[in-house]
Design a protein around this ligand. Structure first.
Ligand code: SAH
Length: 216
């Protein structure tokens, strides 16, 4: 699917995936396969490419970071995607996780508030990798994106939980969001049941940049 899936970083990527399985405890075959095929080095600057397959977050400019692979894998695994879902991602950032979602779901709608990051992600995802099932929006105002989603994933820490997102989930839909302030967040999963109950659980801790509220 990806033009440079066989590349000079193929071995480093295979080692990353092995450590996700053996050290980080990622068991989802679909997530591990997606992570084997998406070239993470394409989402960081030339100067950082050498570090692209380490389990660490890396700067992408504008005080933002590309998330750590094990955190991305944990969140994606918890979404339990089966291939046909319509997914909303808030915080495109580099676009790395967007590319993974495009392999795991049917359609991915992703929003990013910083214009330059939105444009860079568009370049890599739509033009370089040619992903046809990704729609990118430039906005901090995720409430303005219409529609319901089978899964929603937020890639920035919410000091206050944006409850409006729950009403955007289809029955059986899942929302993953890091909840907490700058000291670290709890990766929280909300599942909307078919009879309209919300079940909440935690899938661990993480440290994300803050979610920007569009309402000031
Ligand atoms: N998954 C991304 C993470 C990027 S960091 C990656 O791996 O590259 C989080 C991103 O969320 C930043 O780019 C930031 O600008 C963006 N962001 C923060 N608040 C937002 C909001 N309300 N709407 C859209 N994007 C937001």
């Amino acid at each position: 699917m990806f033009p440079d899936a066989v590349d000079q970083y193929a071995n480093a990527r295979a080692r990353m995936v092995q450590s996700l399985r053996e050290i980080s405890g990622i068991y989802s075959g679909a997530v591990l396969r997606a992570m084997s095929s998406v070239p993470r080095h394409r989402f960081v600057s030339e100067a950082l490419r050498y570090h692209a397959y380490r389990d660490t977050s890396l700067p992408i400019g504008f005080n933002q970071t590309i998330s750590k692979p094990s955190t991305v894998a944990r969140m994606l695994q918890a979404l339990e995607l089966t291939g046909g879902e319509r997914v909303l991602e808030i915080g495109t950032g580099s676009g790395y996780q967007t590319a993974l979602l495009s392999r795991l779901a049917g359609t991915v709608v992703s929003s990013e508030g910083i214009d330059e990051l939105h444009k860079r992600a568009r370049e890599v995802l739509l033009f370089d990798l040619g992903l046809a099932n990704v729609v990118l929006h430039h906005t901090f105002d995720f409430d303005s994106l219409s529609g319901e989603y089978d899964a929603i994933i937020v890639c920035a820490g919410a000091a206050v939980f944006p409850g409006s997102l729950l009403s955007r989930l289809t029955p059986n839909g899942r929302l993953i969001i890091p909840v907490g302030g700058s000291g670290g967040q709890v990766l929280t999963r909300y599942c909307r049941t078919r009879d309209d109950m919300i079940i909440e659980d935690s899938i661990g801790r993480a440290s994300f940049v803050p979610l920007v509220s569009a309402v000031s």
